[in-house]
Design a binder for this molecule. Structure first.
Ligand code: COA
Length: 428
């Protein structure tokens, strides 16, 4: 039988949090800004509350100077709002594959005391939807001792693993606020589009694609207009999917698992995307320990994983989460999908990056910057793409790799790279 819905204020709902608790906070589009603001106001009564999450967006309030004794951020990804906190020592970062974050909760490595989530209003059976962020939130909620939910009518109802009954909530509050939005479109310039074209040429019809985060995946989507019967099995979705789906470029017909459905863990884009997804049975939002499991990913044919990176060295080591020691981002699902794609029949794991930064620094380099984090090892790197072309590294020795990578470096960087290659490998 359905229990009556009883709402409290956010301040009251948060009373179930005690000093020393570990709290999971819903992320991406559904970062519960209002609740975080309220939580920060309770700093005086709380000590050593640990906050774990993946990519929170917007102002999070609990990281304000002076609240360090009350709130400790221990993040599983580094998104923009906490980048400064992490690099200035006010927050910590845990490097981990996205697919394995649920294990941290389930195996009590990071047991969750309270999960704070944002959900749609309940349906007539009492079920709310976790909307466009099911990803690690599903496991957090499954394992949390207590759950606080903010009901927000702006949260879309999505199909898949994100449904949760109000019975599961220990406290419920109602607040209407816009979901967070993101757009990479403004950062897609001629170089990104050239990269998009090179990648589009690598993608065969009937492939199953995954797109990572950043301007390049956005550019790739724009270049796929003439493809046929693509499938989508990805960790995240952005606005570019709408046009491809409307134009029947994406039909999901030839996927081996979840045919006719787009499978994802979360969506991050504009309100238009969230409205498009709302109650749309073509989209299935699933638990990330399933979506990002390389053994699941590999079951689809011709999986093409497209992810961006920060720097690639001449042997193919891929740094995607830091600029030297500066922690810019996280491991995320990049490796999950690179591995899944390489195991899939006819799959293509692709790493893409402009050959130089906007300030003119080379991104194909002899050595990664000191302190750089290797997200994908050189054994995992198959295709590296810049605006100057495609380097295919799989099966190539170190010297052959260096030659292939020099060919796609910025033309003005090639001489220095050749010199470095000669010094290291005694030949070019
Ligand atoms: N040296 C110095 N600065 C560099 C640099 C380098 N080698 N590479 C990048 N930067 C700077 C850029 O100049 C830019 O600075 P700006 O914001 O001041 O312009 C910033 O770092 C971001 O680089 P950019 O290439 O614009 O990043 P992006 O937004 O396209 O994202 C990643 C690229 C790699 C950070 C992003 O894809 C990521 O976080 N990946 C890891 C997780 C992942 O792939 N998950 C997979 C699925 S979600």
């Amino acid at each position: 039988m359905r229990l009556p819905v009883t709402y409290t204020s956010a301040a009251e709902a948060l009373q179930i949090i005690k000093s020393g608790d570990r709290i999971f906070v819903h992320g991406s589009a559904q970062t519960p800004t209002n609740i975080l603001r309220e939580l920060s106001l309770q700093a005086d009564r709380l000590k050593d509350v640990e906050l774990v999450f993946i990519s929170v967006l917007g102002q999070i309030f609990v990281d304000q100077p002076g609240l360090e004794d009350s709130f400790k951020i221990n993040s599983l990804f580094v998104s923009e709002p906490i980048r400064k906190d992490v690099n200035e020592g006010r927050a910590d970062y845990v490097p981990v594959f996205l697919s394995e974050i649920p294990e941290l909760f389930k195996r009590n490595i990071l047991p969750i005391d309270v999960a704070i989530i944002q959900v749609s209003p309940p349906d007539k059976h009492g079920y709310c939807s976790m909307g466009v962020s099911v990803d690690v939130a599903r496991s957090a909620v499954n394992t949390a001792k207590k759950v606080i939910a903010q009901i927000n009518p702006n949260v879309p109802r999505t199909h898949g693993d994100g449904l949760i009954h109000t019975k599961r909530f220990n406290a419920m509050t109602y607040f209407e606020e816009p979901l967070h939005e993101a757009s990479y479109g403004g950062r897609v310039g001629p170089d990104e589009l050239k990269i998009g074209e090179h990648i589009a040429n690598l993608i065969e019809d009937r492939s199953t694609i995954q797109m990572g985060i950043g301007a390049i995946p956005d550019a790739v989507l724009r270049c796929l207009g003439n493809h046929k019967d693509l499938g989508v099995h990805t960790e995240m979705l952005s606005d570019g999917i709408i046009e491809l789906f409307d134009k029947d470029v994406v039909t999901n017909k030839y996927k081996a698992i979840h045919p006719n459905k787009i499978v994802t863990g979360f969506a991050l884009g504009s309100r238009r995307l969230y409205d498009y997804i709302d109650d749309n049975p073509a989209f299935t939002f699933l638990d990330i320990d399933y979506v990002n499991d390389p053994h699941v990913i590999r079951r689809n044919p011709k999986v093409v994983a497209i992810n961006a990176s920060i720097e690639v060295d001449l042997t193919g080591q891929v740094c995607s989460d830091s600029i030297g020691t500066f922690q810019f981002s996280g491991v995320g699902g990049q490796m999950d999908f690179l591995r899944g794609a390489s195991l899939s029949q006819g799959g293509k794991p692709i790493i893409a990056l402009p050959s130089r930064t906007k300030k003119g620094l080379p991104r194909i380099v002899p050595f990664l910057k000191q302190g750089a984090g290797v997200v994908a090892t050189r054994a995992h790197a198959h295709y590296i793409v810049t605006e100057h072309g495609v380097a295919y590294l799989y099966g190539k020795n170190l010297r052959q790799r260096a030659a292939a990578l020099i060919n796609i470096a910025h033309p003005d960087d090639r001489e220095a790279l050749e010199k470095a290659c000669f010094e290291r490998f005694k030949i070019f």
